[in-house]
Design a protein around this ligand. Structure first.
Ligand SMILES: C[S@@+](CC[C@H](N)C(=O)[O-])C[C@H]1O[C@@H](n2cnc3c(N)ncnc32)[C@H](O)[C@@H]1O
Length: 238
């Protein structure tokens, strides 16, 4: 079976991944991609940004009566930065468009912008979007935030599971309308799924992302995971 890789310049996945990939993800067309074991160093500019972001996140959470009672929990930014650096340095993605699904205070999208990605963040909470915009303005970072829902139109596979998904917001505006972009326009998508939402996020990526795009996810103590979409739906059925 001949399948287009969706990668530029006739590059092959093997050329991009000298390290082995392993295992299809049950029923999905995603393959795991190894990330380096060693953590990448965080530069001075990134350190200064992360210190300020941490301060603002604590201030934001301390100011809420329900510190743990809502959807925003920050990921491990140093670990995410390290993975993004590996993706950027290794030209792992087919291009440099990046989207953070559920961007919280926008820190990961900001790190992506610092690494040269054309970065977007989609967040359902209007206050967090406003705080993200203030943060990137102050650090003069070219990141675009959209207040809305990252679940793509037709992402009903996820909505079906909504009863079991405590934190994944279902309402709100379709973010892609405002962006004039679709999920398949992104080369790298990052998400920090709550426990129980990992599969739904992967399925959404599998269904809607472009062939060749990569999904980077943070899983708390289990760390980071990077997966690539190998086939589109039509190729899978053949
Ligand atoms: C676990 S937090 C992760 C925040 C950020 N990505 C990070 O790594 O620090 C998940 C975020 O997704 C947002 N969110 C949840 N469901 C969403 C949806 N359907 N569309 C847009 N944002 C959503 C929440 O408001 C929350 O800020």
């Amino acid at each position: 079976m001949n399948v287009s890789t969706g990668l530029p310049d006739g590059r092959t996945f093997d050329a991009l991944y000298p390290r082995p990939v392993f295992g299809y993800n049950d029923g999905m067309s995603l393959v795991d991609v190894n990330l380096p074991d060693a953590m990448a160093a965080v530069g001075d500019e990134e350190s200064a940004f992360l210190r300020e972001a941490d301060r603002r996140i604590n201030e934001y959470l301390d100011g809420r009566s329900d510190r743990y009672g809502h959807g925003f929990v920050p990921s491990d930014f140093v670990a995410v930065h390290s993975a993004l650096r590996a993706i950027a340095d290794g030209a792992v993605a087919p291009g440099n468009t990046f989207c953070e699904w559920g961007s919280g205070l926008g820190v990961v999208a900001s790190l992506a912008a610092m690494l040269g990605f054309d970065a977007w963040g989609i967040e359902i909470d209007r206050d967090l979007v406003a705080a993200s915009e203030v943060l990137v303005d102050e650090f003069d970072l070219p990141v675009s935030f959209v207040c809305g829902n990252f679940i793509p139109p037709g992402g009903d596979v996820c909505a079906d599971d909504a009863g079991e998904l405590g934190w994944l917001a279902m309402g709100g505006a379709n973010a892609y309308d405002e962006m004039a972009l679709d999920p398949e326009d992104f080369d790298v998508i990052f998400a920090y799924p709550w426990p129980g939402e990992e599969r739904v996020i992967a399925e959404m990526f599998d269904r809607h992302a472009a062939v060749g795009a990569v999904l980077l996810t943070y899983h708390g103590l289990e760390g980071m995971r990077l997966r690539r979409k190998l086939l589109d739906g039509a190729a899978r059925r053949n």
